[in-house]
Ligand binder design. Structure first.
Ligand code: KG4
Ligand code: ZN
Length: 339
């Protein structure tokens, strides 16, 4: 069974073809980063227009690359995300589904991130604890099986990716700042500034990143005032990254211990962070899994594999879905309820 995956929830157009027998057959991505960079953030209307331009050529490219004339099913990101952007993928998936007379599967974007490690040869077995970290989410999820998700902790304010991006902006690193800040941090002294590790001493597994962001703002302001920003930029970046990673790893270890998880999965855009991967592997006594870098950030392959695992939820084409908000823990096991 070949499943075409379509991702258009934000600023990447991702398409992939996944075979339930042979694994990933082809995969293509177009990033809109350059289009949005001049505005310092994602402009939804520009995102939608670019998805319209890119999507069909990418689908043609992926099918040609795989040597497949048409897929057996089409999975698309139905939310959460920018509604105009989601509509492009949803409309295309349903239109092609009608033309090809094949089922379509609406996929939850964060479930796609969560299942991305299944694309790897060494993939985790259930149950596992997932740290889902992206530009819009910071969640700790107890995963008992497919669609059996307990939300153990979430952020009370900013997502960690947002904290990376906003701190990067304060440091003058442009958009999207997360990867740029991480690259800069590699050569800095991470003990140069004492920044807070929010929430680690509080009960429960929730996160908060607005205090850390404010602390970075104060440090940057002081550096600007005394003319040292250029000299201190790398150290501020390293100190911020260290504080953010300590918080993520600390919380994950607390949850794993209390809830008795022996496997941890790191997924989502911030999961591409090298320090986060390294620290988790060093500090967690059990097994740590994460997708390769390219499948941490938004991509079509994770939507294709999630669709393949949710074939039981396939619908006839014609019902266009696009949800700005959609709770991950409202999902159920494949074939058992509304997705
Ligand atoms: O999952 P993703 O591609 O899109 C969303 O669904 O949000 O995540 C994007 C986020 C951005 O905030 C970006 O700055 C962050 O992931 N990110 C990183 C790294 N690579 C991407 N943050 C820290 N270190 C990285 N290496
Ligand atoms: Zn994402």
């Amino acid at each position: 069974m070949n499943v075409l995956g379509i991702e258009t929830s934000c600023d990447e157009t991702g398409v992939a073809l996944y075979s339930t027998e042979r694994g990933l057959l082809a995969d293509a991505l177009h990033s809109q980063v350059d289009l949005h960079a001049v505005y310092g953030g994602v402009v939804p209307e520009i995102a939608s227009r670019d998805h319209i331009r890119r999507l069909l050529p990418l689908i043609r490219q992926v099918l040609a690359q795989a040597g497949v004339a048409r897929p057996d099913a089409i999975a698309y990101t139905a939310g959460p995300g920018l509604v105009g952007a989601l509509m492009v993928g949803s409309g295309m998936a349903n239109g092609l589904g009608l033309a090809w007379n094949c089922p379509v599967i609406p996929v939850h974007h964060m479930e796609g991130h969560l299942l991305a490690p299944m694309l790897e040869e060494n993939s985790p077995e259930f149950p596992f604890l997932a740290l889902l970290v992206s530009g819009g989410h910071t969640m700790l999820i107890g995963v008992r099986g497919l669609g059996e998700y307990d939300l153990l902790g979430t952020t009370l304010d900013d997502a960690v990716g947002e904290a990376f991006d906003k701190s990067a902006k304060l440091l003058g690193l442009g958009y999207p700042g997360g990867p740029a800040l991480a690259a800069l941090a590699e050569s800095g002294n991470d003990a140069a500034f004492a920044l807070p590790r929010p929430m680690l001493n509080r009960p429960g597994f929730d996160f908060s990143f607005s205090g850390l962001k404010t602390a970075v703002m104060l440090v940057v302001r002081e550096a600007i005032a005394n003319g040292s920003l250029d000299a201190r930029r790398v150290d501020i970046a390293a100190s911020f990254q260290r504080a953010a990673v300590d918080t993520l790893v600390g919380r994950t270890l607390q949850a794993a211990r209390k809830e008795h998880f022996e496997r941890v999965v790191i997924a989502g855009g911030v999961g591409a962070n090298k320090l986060l991967r390294k620290d988790m592997a060093e500090r967690f006594a059990g097994e740590v899994y994460y997708p390769r870098m390219a499948y941490c950030t938004d991509n079509g392959a994770m939507i294709a594999v999630a669709g393949a695992l949710r074939l039981a939820d396939a619908k006839g084409a014609g019902e266009i879905r696009a949800r700005a908000r959609w709770a991950l823990d409202s999902l159920s096991r494949p074939g058992t309820g509304a997705t």
